[in-house]
Each structure stands twice: as structure tokens, then as C-alpha cells.
Design a protein around this ligand. Structure first.
Ligand SMILES: [Zn+2]
Length: 232
């Protein structure tokens, strides 16, 4: 009789455990499935500020950054866990025509957009220029405003280094950089200089839709890798 009671008690406890386990698992599972991560993609420059200019064709940095940003956004939008915000989705700058300091207003508007979305990540897209026309390659910059910035920038750099290896036969390290957009908030941020418009070979690559697609895929892969491994 005593052994039957013990047996029933064990069955009861096991039943309770399974019931609690299933409920907790279901709640956690739903929470993870329903959680969405906001990623802000910031297309550098725009409007009166065209940024750097292509050494051969005169292509504007602001047009390239918009194109690359839209490509990255299109890949991120395919992910069921990421919501993408573009700080700009047209050639226009983020200021009013009446503004007395359009560049300052533009930067402050970008900051307010980032703050309003409370993002998991911010990625600003730019193209570089340098007095020495031999400088080439895609390089990622970070600020020390967040402990994750260096790690995130390194992941992005590792991904764009696949293109640096393929087209330049060399790689780079992510570097600390003094840029407003990656230090104006405490959200994990990085700035990608996609290549040098002061170098004709980089300019040619940046005008090649195949290269732009490869670049966008690399940046997208870096973002996904950070989101999936770190959980912002
Ligand atoms: Zn720029």
C-alpha cells in the first residue's frame, strides 16, 4: 500500500513538473519568436551635402550610400526578426529648406530618428576619400561610446574583408573613428566606409551593381551574425 502511495506521489510530481516545463517553454518560445530587433541603416550625406565625389565620373557619395543602404535594408527585411529603419530613403537631406544650418539640422535629425526607434544596431554607410589616390578598400569604424561597438565593427569588418581579399588581395582591421553618427547615442553603432572615391579602381567597383550587391550582402551577414549571437 505504501509503495503504491509513493508511486502515485512520484507520478503526480512528474505531471506537475511536465506541466510547468511545458508552460514555461511555451512562454519563452513565444517571447523569443515575437521579439523583433530594430536596425537603423543610415545613408550618409544627402541634399546639399553630396559628400565625396568620384575621381573619374563625379558620382556623388550621397547617391551611392543611398543605393547601398536600400540594398542592405532589402536583405534585412527578409528576416522575420528584424525591423529596418532608414534615416533617409530619398536623395534629399534631412533638413527644411528654411534651415540656417542645414548640415547641423541634418545630423541632429538623424540622431533624433535613431533615438526614437531605440534600435539594437545602427550602421552608417559612407564612401571615403583621401589625398593619396592609392588608398583603397572597405573599412569599418567604431566609437568607444558602447562596449559592444568594437566587437560589432570587427564582425562587420570580417565580412567586408571577404571583398577586400577578393578585389584588393588584402584585409583591414576595424578602427576607432571620430564620427558624429556613431557617437551621438549609446546604441551599438558602426560606420562602414565602403571604398575610396578618390581611387579610380574603387570608384569603378562602387559603380558596379554586382559589387554593390556583394557589399550589401556582406554587411547584412555581419548584422545578422551580431543579432543572432549577441541578442541586442
Ligand atoms: Zn561620408
Amino acid at each position: 500500500m505504501k509503495s503504491i502511495k509513493i508511486f502515485l506521489a512520484v507520478i503526480l510530481l512528474l505531471g506537475c513538473y511536465l506541466c510547468v516545463y511545458t508552460t514555461v517553454h511555451a512562454i519563452l518560445g513565444n517571447a523569443l519568436e515575437n521579439h523583433r530587433y530594430v536596425v537603423v541603416i543610415d545613408a550618409g550625406h544627402g541634399g546639399i551635402d553630396g559628400g565625396a565625389v568620384g575621381i573619374k565620373t563625379g558620382v556623388k557619395e550621397s547617391d551611392l550610400t543611398l543605393e547601398i543602404s536600400k540594398l542592405i535594408a532589402s536583405y534585412l527585411e527578409a528576416s522575420s526578426t528584424i525591423d529596418v529603419v532608414l534615416t533617409r530613403d530619398s536623395p534629399d537631406g534631412l533638413y527644411s529648406e528654411k534651415s540656417k544650418n542645414k548640415k547641423l539640422d541634418d545630423l541632429n535629425k538623424r540622431k533624433s530618428i535613431i533615438l526614437s526607434y531605440n534600435p539594437c544596431l545602427v550602421v552608417s554607410i559612407h564612401c571615403n576619400k583621401f589625398p593619396n589616390p592609392n588608398r583603397r578598400g572597405a573599412q569599418v569604424f567604431f566609437s568607444n561610446t558602447n562596449e559592444s561597438n568594437n566587437y560589432f565593427a570587427s564582425i562587420l569588418q570580417m565580412n567586408v574583408n571577404m571583398l577586400n581579399s577578393k578585389y584588393l588581395n588584402r584585409t583591414f582591421s576595424a578602427l576607432m573613428g571620430d564620427y558624429f553618427i556613431i557617437k551621438c547615442t549609446s546604441f551599438t553603432s558602426a560606420l562602414v566606409e565602403c571604398g575610396f572615391l578618390s581611387n579610380s579602381e574603387d570608384e569603378k567597383l562602387l559603380l558596379d551593381p554586382i559589387y554593390l550587391d556583394e557589399l550589401a550582402r556582406c554587411i547584412h551577414a555581419g548584422i545578422l551574425s551580431f543579432v543572432l549571437n549577441i541578442i541586442c
